[in-house]
Design a protein around this ligand. Sequence first.
Ligand SMILES: NC(=O)c1ccc[n+]([C@@H]2O[C@H](COP(=O)([O-])OP(=O)(O)OC[C@H]3O[C@@H](n4cnc5c(N)ncnc54)[C@H](O)[C@@H]3O)[C@@H](O)[C@H]2O)c1
Length: 392
Amino acid sequence: MTRPANAALGTELSLPRPMKIGVAKEIKPDEYRVALTPAGARELVLGGHEVLVETSAGEGSAFADAVYAAVGARIVGIDDVWSDAELLLKVKEPLPAEYRRIRDDLVLFTYLHLAATEELTRALLESGATCVAYETVETNARALPLLAPMSEVAGRLAAQAGAYFLEKPLGGRGLLLGGIAGVAPGNVVVIGGGIVGYNAAVIALGLGANVTVLERSIDRMRHLDEVLSGRLSLVMSSRLQIEESVADADVVIGAVLIPGARAPKLVTREMIATMKDGSVLCDVAIDQGGCAETSRPTTHSEPVYTVDGVIHYCVANMPGAVPVTSTKALTNATLPYIEAIADRGLRAAVVGDPALARGVNVLGGHVTYEAVAEAHGLEYRPLEELLPLSPV
Ligand SMILES: NC(=O)c1ccc[n+]([C@@H]2O[C@H](COP(=O)([O-])OP(=O)(O)OC[C@H]3O[C@@H](n4cnc5c(N)ncnc54)[C@H](O)[C@@H]3O)[C@@H](O)[C@H]2O)c1
């Protein structure tokens, strides 16, 4: 397929020109985030670009249309935001109602999670659009800068949820997690000391709990020891250690990740049966299947259920509960990439930044991200074959 000349893609030879950047309103149920804040819109407008914000796109995150308009964005209807934008920003993957709006000369920048959905992958291939996924933007050091902020939010929320559901009227043990002078605090056990685990530990410590983090990476434990030195117990994760720690816990937070795989079932049904009545399991890893055998996904409207007297909190999209914070956290991380694409065109932007290049999942009817092609038995075409990546 021949690519049309397009400012967003940056394939034409002329110098970069101002770009039309659209911000669509999310239509997924219970999704209140927006892909650009007024602060971000202001930066782009000052950079000479045209920003089109769909009516009420920011409402769920407490950003009124008037605030976007005041910084120079244009408020437009749904048809115009999709048809006029060269670079379209979203938070969640397009839903079927949006498929027909995706054009071959559009660059779409959003969470996509294509390995999990063949229907969407095929719709994007048919559209001919260029689709850049937040979740696969990956630095040379293997960090995922556009996933990390959501893990920070989820980790902090997990500790809060643990403390909250320990309250008696909510079915919990009736324990104040931080204790008071003369009354011992509760025990929080965090399995996995990555971004979620660190943030859960920070808030649990802040509440005054006894915190134990089980990790299997020694380097990661050294790092946690350095930054949280002396304030928590760091323990090598093993089956025996998990068994002992879980039995003694008031709150267990599941925060493991094995990249590219389902979460390992580290907490067995038998271990859950050894926990105290009214204790709480927050399985943050539920979006990867969960790390307890008894975990199944829940929603914000019905966040918990009970197994063997243990309250299970397994909300798969925890950051959705705090859209004001989550929108700012996400857009703090996405804005530099948005600016790079807007200022230079996608081609020059990916040439200048291999992390962004790894974000390109679909281009001109081809899958350019190997794991997505493998997941659906589709042909994989390396990005550099389709969009020459030699310096421009
Ligand atoms: N539910 C939600 O809303 C939500 C939001 C954000 C992230 N998450 C999920 O939370 C999980 C953790 O994400 P993260 O960003 O912290 O990942 P991360 O890669 O930063 O951390 C994962 C940690 O788990 C450790 N680990 C792996 N196997 C282990 C084992 N057997 N025992 C102990 N530790 C082990 C790794 O060494 C690593 O330090 C992921 O599944 C992620 O998808 C869920």
